[in-house]
Design a protein around this ligand. Sequence first.
Ligand code: G3I
Length: 302
Amino acid sequence: ASTLGAAAAQSGRYFGTAISSGRLGDSAYTTIASREFTMVTAENEMKIDATEPNRGQFSFTSGDRVYNWAVQNGKRVRGHTLAWHSQQPGWMQSLSGSALRQAMIDHINGVMGHYKGKIYAWDVVNEAYADSGGGRRDSNLQRTGNDWIEVAFRTARAADPAAKLCYNDYNIDNWTWAKTQGVYNMVRDFKARGVPIDCVGLQSHFNGNSPYNSNYRTTIQSFAALGVDVQITELDIQGGSATTYANVVGDCLAVPRCAGISVWGVRDSDSWLGAGAAPLLFDGNGNKKPAYTAVLNVLNGG
Ligand code: G3I
């Protein structure tokens, strides 16, 4: 196959990208995005601050722009993200305790209700684990009680039973890291107790401090063995090594429950890391990079 999406589809997988609503007027951007990808994640437009700028007042203008572009171009959509310590609107940052807990529940119901039946998978909870030590990150949500994550997942299941429900985080790619083990233990506990969770999102932002490691395949296999899908949700690799991209894709293809891969932007110039990081599959002029060819080749079985 000659595109990332078609090549991934040969094994029943998707190949997606983050889409930014502000770029949808750029035809060079939309041409590549429409041609190559089969899954879309809104880079910012479905986050808490974007969708509920004032308490109880939902705004889906930007989220719908990304959603509609995706569907009109034949793509599915991942929802990102419902409960997160970051990008909370001011009103939510100032809440605590039971009021914040209720606001989280209301937010999940409001956003998932709007997109009910339309989303392939939601990142229900994002980045809830601390960078070191294997425990939870301190946040206003965590201070509402340790059960906030499972409450979020139970709320989400009831709000849209058709969506897969994911826990999504960064630096849970390396199997030997405490953070990975912390999230693994949470998912194992959720599966054991019947807390509804369907997928783990490995963001997979690789750089010098958190490089790709060959135990990545073990991480994917280990989560999958708990009975959840694994989705590579925000892939980018600083420097854009073709070999590393090929390894990541090969590791996903080696595990049947690795459902798909999304990169975190279309061209290097669209990356949150800045064009200089050259972390994506297309350069700023929209040319395919060596990493693109490497990924396509692996997806095609080569
Ligand atoms: O839209 C405003 C603009 O009006 C304003 O002038 C400008 C001034 O700073 O800010 C613009 O908003 C920025 C937004 O990106 C859109 O460009 C925000 O400041 C900026 O914080 C925001 O950054 C996003 C970041 O999440 C915020 O946490 C990145 O685009 C986005 O790529 C990044 O994505 C995250 C995932 O959601 C979760 N995992 C990590 C990943 C990378 O950090």
